[in-house]
Write a protein that binds this ligand. Structure first.
Ligand code: INI
Length: 162
């Protein structure tokens, strides 16, 4: 018979850093509300959540890396919003933020919730920040909870405490 592992969505006792971009704050504040709500609904304590604001999505990876290596958090949830502009600038911001966050997760072994919207229009961003396409901040938070619990199950065995 196949052995299957899928982790529980329980955030009790877990500590989270939530990094939020101030750029497009009218969207990212909604992602933040969604993430906070999802964490608390899944038993995280308000006191175990730490919100950190950065200027824009470009800055998310460095802040995430610093937080992930601090030893203070079980997961880091990153929230940003890149909307297509008139030049290709948004492409560089979105690509580097995305690559940087993936690299932080792999380099540190800390789950990184990826709540970075990359949209063609403002309307598409609004739809993904708590209206008809859900809330990607909440999705990122729930994925982070699941990954913390999953890594605890599939990672190295904990030494029994003496
Ligand atoms: N930052 C974003 O979070 N979203 C954007 O759409 C965006 N665009 O398109 O310019 C953006 N730029 C700012 C960038 O993230 C940095 O904060 C800035 O370049 C300073 O380093």
């Amino acid at each position: 018979m196949t052995n299957t592992t899928s982790a529980k969505l329980d955030a009790k006792g877990l500590r989270f850093a939530i990094v939020v971009s101030r750029f497009n704050e009218f969207i990212t504040s909604r992602l933040l509300n969604g993430a906070r709500d999802a964490l608390v609904r899944h038993n995280a304590a308000e006191g175990d959540l730490h919100e950190i604001w950065v200027p824009g999505s470009w800055e998310l990876p460095l802040a995430a890396k610093t937080l992930a290596t601090s030893g203070r958090y079980d997961a880091v949830i990153c929230l940003g919003c890149v909307i297509r502009g008139q030049t290709s600038h948004h492409v560089y911001v979105a690509n580097e933020a995305t690559k940087g966050l993936a690299q932080v997760a792999l380099d540190t072994g800390t789950p990184i919730g990826f709540g970075l919207l990359t949209t063609e229009t403002t309307e598409q961003a609004v739809e993904r920040a708590g209206t008809k396409a859900g809330n990607k901040g909440a999705d990122a938070a729930m994925s982070a909870i699941e990954m913390v619990n999953l890594l605890r199950e599939i990672g190295p065995k904990q030494k029994p405490s003496k």
